[in-house]
Design a protein around this ligand. Structure first.
Ligand code: CTP
Ligand code: MG
Length: 226
């Protein structure tokens, strides 16, 4: 079965506060999105990738990709919200791919092993798969600056990407949703009544959101080099 990946990379990175869109922010000298793509490439289970970039920075994004990836990676214009970027990626895919991964450019350091776990679960028959990590903090429900309750965290998991789907399942979820700003794609499948399976995520697949995350990512890369 052929697997394509969509990489939403069109966000502006307001919380990171850099001088350019987040996917183009440099980490160890390379844009975040290049790191994310390398993880997909190194997994050797992704046959093609579509990057939904900031519409006004597509040339810059294309120029940042290694020329060896030219037949593998394609840059398209993303949308105003993440979901629109994923939808644009879905529309641009050829009919060849039965499986589709959606991977945030912002999860630049996902270990290839996580990508492989997701695809293996799809190949084993799961219609939708997400990598997760158990929540380690104590979690409380709060309203008006007062604690309402401590939530039992034993069944709570934090969700990462890449999320993997049978292509028909993802296309159907996107086509039938009435929401416009879902933060993940599996959520659309859930609300359409579909089954979503989980595999183990990894701490290194954290999302680079704020400046502290960028410092952590630099540290992870430097520890990988030593
Ligand atoms: N994304 C996208 N298109 C958008 C908004 C977000 O493709 N219109 C992508 C981002 O580029 C990122 C992923 O969705 O890879 C997760 O979004 P997030 O971490 O929130 O990134 P930003 O939206 O760029 O950051 P912020 O919310 O701080 O502005
Ligand atoms: Mg955002």
């Amino acid at each position: 079965m052929s697997t394509a990946a969509i990489v939403p990379a069109a966000g502006s990175g307001v919380r990171l506060g850099a001088d350019r869109p987040k996917a183009l922010v440099l980490l160890a000298g390379e844009p975040l999105v290049v790191h994310a793509l390398r993880a997909l490439r190194d997994s050797e289970v992704v046959d093609r990738v579509v990057i939904a970039g900031p519409p006004d920075r597509l040339d810059e994004l294309s120029a940042a990709l290694p020329s060896a990836w030219s037949g593998w990676a394609q840059v398209i214009a993303g949308g105003a919200v993440r979901q629109a970027s994923v939808a644009a990626g879905l529309e641009s895919l050829s009919g060849d791919h039965e499986l589709v991964l959606v991977h945030d450019a912002a999860r630049a350091l996902v270990p290839p092993a996580v990508v492989i776990r997701v695809v293996d679960a799809l190949l084993a028959g799961a219609p939708a798969v997400i990598p997760v990590l158990p929540v380690s903090d104590t979690v409380k429900r709060v309203r008006d600056a007062r604690v309402l309750e401590t939530v039992d965290r034993t069944s709570l998991y934090a969700v990462q990407t890449p999320q993997g789907f049978r292509r028909d399942v993802l296309a159907e979820a996107h086509a039938t949703t009435t929401e416009s700003e879902a933060t993940d794609d599996a959520g659309l499948v859930e609300r359409a009544g579909g089954e979503v399976c989980v595999v183990d995520g990894a701490a290194e697949a954290f999302k680079i959101t704020g400046p502290l995350d960028l410092a952590l990512a630099e540290a992870v890369l430097s520890s990988r080099r030593h």
